[in-house]
Design a protein around this ligand. Sequence first.
Ligand SMILES: [Zn+2]
Length: 630
Amino acid sequence: MMRHFLSILVLAIFLTGCTSTKPTVNDLATSNPIETSLSLVNITTDKVTVIINPGRFTTETEIYRIPKVVQGTYSVSNFGKYVENFKAFDYKGNEVATTKIDDNSWSISNASQVDKITYEVNDTFDTETTGGIGGENPFSPAGTNIEPTNYLLNLHGFIGYFDSLKNAQYKLDVTAPSSFVRSSALQELQSNVSADGTTTTTTYFAPRYFDITDNPMFYGDLDVEEFNVGDIKIVLSVYSPNKIHTAAALKESMFTMMQAQKNYLGSVNTTPRYDIFLYLSEGKEDSPKGMGALEHHTSTVAVLPENMLLEGLSESMVDVIAHEFFHIVSPLSVHSEDVHYFDYNKPTFSKHLWMYEGVTEYFAQHFQVYEGLTSEDEFYASIMSKIQTSLGMDDTMSFTEMSENVLDKPYASNYYNVYQKGALIGMCIDILMREESNGQRSMLSLMKELSAKYGKNKPFNDDTIIDEITTMTYPSVGEFLQTHVVGTTPINYADFFEKVGLEIADATIETNYIQNNGDLIFEPNRANGTIAFSEAVALNSFWNDNGVLPGDVLKTVNGTALTFENVQQVFTEMYMWSPGAKINVALDRNGEEVIIDKELTQSYTTGQKLVSAANASAKQVALRKAWLKG
Ligand SMILES: [Zn+2]
């Protein structure tokens, strides 16, 4: 009530003597695009000035918002926190009162006199502490970067919306030094070079606010390669701060992967152009820390460590980009009303993350073996690793309940399971579908049926989709979903492996350099702020063979001193290490320095793997062949 009172007062003061400025053309906000502009010229303080010109309001008060949550992240970003100096001006250039009403919203009084609003935006990369994983700041691939040689413009970090103009069109002018390379997923209308040639203003168009959030841009010292996969033009834009990696070097593996994805998807409607924006993090304090990617309808933004060998980076790109590209199926073309009518400041969440993230991740693994990019053993290893990791989370938590409450405790900390158990749910339904249909139908054919029935413009009903899927498929699929996805009963994976003639056996298995079978091989000593190898290091062959002992304190990794603050970043890089890379690790063993300066070899540990059952029947083997196209 207080706020309302204030705005009436301010309105009354401003009403006197302003009528002459009312223009005569139809400049109503409701019938014109919102004109916005960003300038990337002469930036000195890592801030970008934004101007928002909405046309003329006829209302008394307007609320302007920057997103609290963006789609695909399932966490709170609060992009409004990065906004400073928020001001509104009337047609004479006088400031109009505004009130910040929460982290992401501003109330503008006397709105009918408002010509434009301006503010400055700080980037999120500079202030990241956790990369958005369980932390305060946005997940890096959803974040923003402002530095002299690179601008990552996830536009939801710069441009907001008026509550009263949720369906408005947007025009966006971006002015940048002409020397910058630019790469954008947003539709470009025109480009004008300044008289002296030093700056270029590019005008983009967005049919609605959704398109602002769905189409990131990259400006600066980029390396860009284009290639065609069937009828899709792929634009790969890479920012490598130390010029270690190039788009050209990554192009081949991206092409092979996306060609295979297109074969796998078959008739699914895709897009004429797909943009991949890759930001390589150099691991400094102000570098982004959330490794991974965020999907959009026709593009994806990925953040990965720069300090990787090309082979390892290519492999990570395949895993990450394959997943993001498969989001074209879901949630981009099959989704519920919560997704379709997404509220960026008061979002509600769908129950079906098992589908959006789980099935997507399953496809990203399955297509690799199905299209012959990886061996059956490699596929089995990735399945077993997902089982192992998922068992470290709450295996009795209802997946639909977790999904619908994903921002809250105790669900938020189980979100990561969508990539583990979620993918395994996809696998189990895939096996059931193939079993019931004698190999004619699959998880993918079901998603195609749903995509034909709904598609990107028609959301499904969140509460009835499981019944609908049951009707479209088989009672066994319905029972599986009710028991293990809605319900809380853990999945007995052995039952599904048996259907395809596989069994779980004890074995020596490949592992990485920070875990055995999903369990970390380090333990922190909070008292003295150190991180040391645990007893488990004895079962990690690379470290064990090089003489590392339990209790050895990790001092530096490739020259970086390890602290509790950067441990996530350093461990992410170590997780992504691949054989062939040279590493230098300094350890402290009871006060004595031990240096491991080696070329990495594959590390092994003990665990379980999937093997062909000796007594598998012809029927079981046939189902396995249908499943893996073996
Ligand atoms: Zn995803």
